[in-house]
Design a protein around this ligand. Sequence first.
Ligand code: AP5
Length: 220
Amino acid sequence: MNLILVGPPGAGKGTQAEKLTEDFGLPYFATGNILRDAVADGTELGKKAKEYMDAGELVPDDVIIGVILDALKGEEASSGFLLDGFPRTVPQADALAEALEKLGRRLSGVLLIDVPDDEVVRRLSGRRVSKSGRVYHVDFDPPKHPDRCDIDGSALIQRDDDRPETIRKRLAVYHDQTEPLVDYYESRDLLRRFDGTRTPTDVHDHIRATVATLRLEDEL
Ligand code: AP5
């Protein structure tokens, strides 16, 4: 299965991806995580991306497209993938479609997790992340011990782009540059919508059932 997760910042894409990769054993590629690792490692990619990420803007298409297409051509993604955070613009979606066609593959589905703007602000202001990328929320999904990851005990931190003014900017960028992908994929009959305001477990149950159906359809 070749799946994409789409939705505004803070919709719960990372939260759901963690569960879905366990359910379906899919290789997971999250552009935000790839870019944050590149920034932390001080690579050329990280140096190019940092300024845009800190400002809540998108990294230019020519910087990110090659990174993801290379990953999808690799062995790890040869039997399927779950993409989170890519594509985020129509040119990125076109580049993905072209690359998949060349590989003789196609998308199985695009999973849209929808959440209104005021909920996004509430969620991102309370988000805390571990070094390994495990996501918590101070109220909705707190760790067992304050500010420590349940899994590896590392200190939890707040992401640089989770400041209120940057959250507003990211939302504006989402509506302007990423939301057009909803029509793009709906017109190709690939879009599946999920109400992201429900509990993480409810959202997961709904998505898992849909993905199971998509898998059956793929096998036919
Ligand atoms: P990225 O890391 O992809 O950020 P994002 O899309 O803004 O998404 P988030 O990671 O903020 O949110 P999420 O939907 O994963 O929510 P989460 O599960 O954490 O991108 C960062 C930056 O990288 C971009 O701004 C851009 O600069 C750059 N970039 C990345 N991809 C790019 C691309 N393709 N092109 C160009 N630039 C790119 O949940 C959020 C919080 O809510 C958590 O605290 C969680 O515990 C809580 N929560 C989750 N679900 C629920 C629920 N159902 N109820 C209550 N709380 C919940």
